[in-house]
Design a protein around this ligand. Structure first.
Ligand code: NAD
Ligand code: G6P
Ligand code: MN
Length: 441
């Protein structure tokens, strides 16, 4: 098997050590020649890379490891760029969440005004990484899971139509693990699913076991009673806010009991509930900084001080193995069936052909072949038309430096109650994003 060289963009990410451990656990399926970390924050990357270098030395000394902030060094001779950058880091995520809440509007990383603000920061940064890859390794593939993936995907479709880019999200995978556990299966891999929607905005319409038996009714019944909460303690999320989200899926599913919803729909269906259960002083960004970020950086420092990972509590990000499945599908033409964010182009027959939709695809060495999902019902279609228009307006606003289009995007988001509230939020977001957004006219 040919060995692959990998560039991890966002080397300083809290997810990087878990992904490195996951790659090491999958070397038989996906052999690796070299791993290169790239980040634009040298200090932040240093801690994560220092620890990962020790882990790699102990577990797979043959893999060549490099950390760099130099694009040429990072993107030359690479086969896959795995991109998980966070433009503006947690400091800006905190603002994305807290500014809308000041106006009584949901403050969330990828949904509503927070996601729109984050999108305006991410588009340029992700396109820059794509351009580095095109310049130094034109045959490589760009696997993007940087958020907000819906907006980033639309930007790559519109502005880099000929690049090898795959946009993917792990939320359906996480939910499928909970579904599998709810009905007593060992793994989500025992299920084949039909799904359609936008990223963080979709529905399962079919779930079958390996023999083709319909599993949907049993899972629907579980969700109608418990949401995605299951008895398996090992699947319990460490953070209470995520467990609340899994429980709330019960109310989300009530809107269309025939299907199973993505958990992110709660922000669109129950924004009043979300706001009344939020603390404008302490949001998810604070929880992540105090929790995951503190833990990961603490463990990495410990590894560096001890000069061994022997006493480390870092764990494999098991569900990130979809990234290996995706890279393997491209490298070895495995024809894996996976949910990806791709141009609709008739897959949903009664929906905008140019919208970026999340649907099952067969992935081989030429990329994804999306599977037709047919016509969708009026309820979902109406919601998706509105949300896809928001996402397209954000990309157009960024591209044309249009204030007007960004105001329209915010006004169109179903989370925002009026054009006036949209404008108030926009003014505040624009002020704090001066260093990140294009100048708007
Ligand atoms: P993080 O802040 O810990 O890590 C992001 C890293 O990106 C930082 O080290 C930062 O310095 C770096 N960075 C920022 N801008 C950059 C640029 N222009 N070039 C190079 N590096 C840059 O964040 P995190 O919580 O670990 O999340 C990382 C990203 O992964 C986020 O976008 C997050 O939303 C995304 N994510 C997506 C999914 C998905 O389902 N699609 C799942 C998990 C995480
Ligand atoms: C899920 C989503 C990602 C998102 C993450 C947020 O995995 O699919 O898109 O980035 O959750 O998690 P966090 O723990 O940072 O709030
Ligand atoms: Mn996601």
């Amino acid at each position: 098997m040919k060995k692959s060289s990998i560039t991890i963009a966002g080397g300083g990410s809290t997810f990087t050590p878990g992904i490195v451990l996951m790659l090491l656990d999958n070397l038989e399926k996906f052999p690796i020649e070299a791993i290169t970390f790239f980040d634009n924050d040298e200090e932040r990357q240093k801690t994560i890379a220092g620890a990962c270098r020790i882990i790699l030395n102990e577990k797979a000394p043959d893999i060549q490891f490099t950390e760099t902030t130099d694009p040429e060094a990072a993107f030359s001779n690479t086969d896959f760029v795995m991109a998980h950058i966070r433009s503006g880091k947690y400091a800006m995520r905190e603002k994305d969440e807290k500014i809308p809440l000041k106006y009584g509007v949901v403050g969330q990383e990828t949904c509503g005004p927070g996601g729109i603000a984050y999108g305006m920061r991410s588009i340029g940064d992700v396109l820059e990484l794509v351009d580095f890859m095109e310049k130094y390794s034109p045959n490589a593939w760009f696997l993007n899971y940087s958020n907000p993936a819906a907006i980033v995907a639309e930007a790559t479709r519109k502005l880099r139509p000929n690049s090898n880019i795959l946009n993917i999200c792990d939320m359906p995978i996480g939910i499928e693990e909970l579904m599998a556990s709810a009905i007593g299966l060992e793994s989500r891999k025992e299920m084949e699913v039909d799904y359609y929607g936008l990223n963080h905005f979709g529905w399962w319409t079919g779930i079958r076991d390996e023999e083709g038996n319909d599993l949907l009714p049993r899972i629907r019944e579980h969700v109608a009673n418990f949401g995605y909460v299951t008895e398996d303690q090992s699947l319990q999320h460490a953070d209470e806010s995520w467990n609340n989200t899994f429980a709330k899926a019960k109310d989300v599913q009530a809107l269309d009991p025939a299907t199973l919803p993505n958990t992110y729909l709660k922000y669109y269906f129950y924004p009043d509930y979300e706001v009344s259960h939020s603390n404008p002083e302490v949001t998810r960004a604070n929880e992540v900084m105090e929790g995951r970020e503190t833990f990961i950086f603490g463990e990495c420092r410990k590894i560096i001080e001890n000069n061994t990972a022997a006493y480390s509590e870092l764990h494999i990000d098991e569900h990130a193995s979809y990234i290996v499945d995706l890279a393997r599908a491209i490298a070895y033409n495995t024809k894996e069936r996976m949910l990806l964010i791709v141009e609709n182009n008739g897959v949903i027959s009664n929906f905008d052909p140019t919208a970026m939709v999340e649907v099952p695809c067969i992935v081989g060495s030429k990329g994804p072949e999306p599977l037709v999902q047919g016509e969708i019902p009026r309820f979902q279609k109406g919601l998706m038309e509105q949300q896809a228009a928001v996402e397209k307006l954000v990309v157009e606003s960024w591209h044309e430096q249009s204030y007007q289009k960004l105001w329209q995007a915010l006004t169109l988001s179903r989370i925002v109650p009026s054009a006036q509230v949209a404008k108030n939020i926009l003014e505040d977001l624009q002020e704090v994003n001066k260093d990140y957004w294009p100048e708007l006219h």
